[in-house]
Design a protein around this ligand. Structure first.
Ligand code: TYM
Length: 340
């Protein structure tokens, strides 16, 4: 089976421009992209606007959210000269490969996706066809670059397994060793940041309560107030990781602290074990403000020059197409399409 061993290492990841970026996106994705930037591996980061429209988006809001997301990438430390920053619809090869993958993937595979079940809910008949085919476009995003590594939060694991299934079935059906079986990279202290109001629910932009999440655009007062009001249990913090078992809210806040401070959870507990939340929450709030405020200030500054953002995305698209076009041409050839 084709693993990734004989493919040139290449990183790809994507984020939907469908509303506010939050702390989960930052710790599960953006911060990790920027931490990995100097490892010398070619990296492509994508605003997935075609994925965003699988549910209704107001056109002007989508354009703004796409530029704001680009500003979020740059403000989080992604250098558009070192990495390639793109907007999905500006690289048409993604959608072209997705069609081929729609003919490889099976209905049953898609029906098993928990994100499909969660998002379509009880009203599947009324969901868009795009929402159902969402993971096939995601596989195309990754495989159009022969990406070998995909850093994501834990919630994307199932989609990445499906990406491997699509690659394996394509390779098998056509008798080739063409697409790599991409590795998910789900690492760090905060691969699943939970809601501040309910430790059993993921922090998410679709949660109706704004108090459940910290947005990257929140000011210092909002961040401090959301952390102060975050749900916790009455006990003091434990000094060992095992002490966080069955304490979802405590685990979440300690994980957030560890990820923001670039420390292990055990090292944080060695420092704060025994403290009540009334002491730990202000420490966390100060740390979060210190790390997030510069990002939000930089995002606001970058948003004042949307032309510059568009120039960066245009440049990224040209660089990305130089990689994607030959891979699409070879895919068409394998499938039996006439060369133009
Ligand atoms: P999206 O836009 O929902 O989220 C973007 C990234 O943020 C991570 N994330 C979290 N990490 C930790 N805790 C959380 N509460 C949390 N919420 C979100 C996600 O895991 C993700 O890494 N389908 C993808 C976008 C996509 C993509 C791709 C990703 C499209 N094509 C190809 C990788 C490769 C999505 O909806 O992510």
């Amino acid at each position: 089976m084709a693993d990734t061993a004989h493919f040139t290492p290449r990183v790809f990841s994507g984020i939907q421009p469908s509303g506010n970026l939050h702390l989960g996106n930052y710790l599960g994705a953006l911060k990790r992209f920027s931490d990995a930037q100097n490892n010398g591996i070619e990296s492509i980061y994508c605003m997935v606007d075609l994925h965003a429209i699988t549910v209704w988006q107001n056109p002007e809001d989508l354009r703004r959210a796409t530029r704001e997301l680009c500003a979020g990438f740059i403000a989080s430390g992604i250098d558009p000269e070192k990495s390639i920053l793109i907007n999905q619809s500006q690289v048409p090869e993604h959608a072209q490969l997705a069609w081929i993958f729609n003919c490889v993937a099976r209905m049953g595979w898609m029906q098993r996706m928990t994100q499909w079940k969660d998002k379509a809910g009880k009203n599947q008949q009324n969901a868009s066809l795009g929402l159902f085919a969402y993971p096939s476009l995601m596989a195309a995003d990754i495989l159009i670059y022969h990406a070998t590594h995909v850093p994501v939060g834990e919630d994307q694991k199932q989609h990445l397994e499906l990406t491997r299934d699509i690659a394996a079935k394509f390779n098998h059906d056509y008798g080739v060793d063409f697409f790599p079986l991409t590795e998910p990279v789900i690492e760090g202290a905060a691969t699943r940041v939970m809601s501040l109001r309910d430790g059993s629910k993921k922090m998410s932009k679709s949660d109706p309560s704004d108090m459940s999440r910290i947005n990257l655009t929140d000011d210092a007062d909002a961040i401090a107030s959301k952390i102060r009001k975050a749900r916790t249990d009455p006990d003091a913090l434990p000094s060992e990781v095992e002490g966080l078992k069955d304490r979802a809210e405590a685990r979440n806040l300690v994980s957030i602290y560890a990820a923001l401070a670039d420390q292990e959870i055990s090292a944080v507990l060695a420092e704060v074990g025994g403290k009540p939340f009334s002491e730990f929450k202000p420490m966390l709030a100060d740390l979060a403000v210190a790390k997030l405020s510069p990002i939000s200030t930089e995002m606001t500054r970058l948003m004042q020059t949307p032309d510059e953002i568009d120039r960066i995305l245009g440049n990224g698209a040209a660089r990305a197409r130089a990689i994607a076009a030959p891979i699409l041409a070879k895919t068409y050839d394998i499938v039996g399409m006439i060369k133009s």
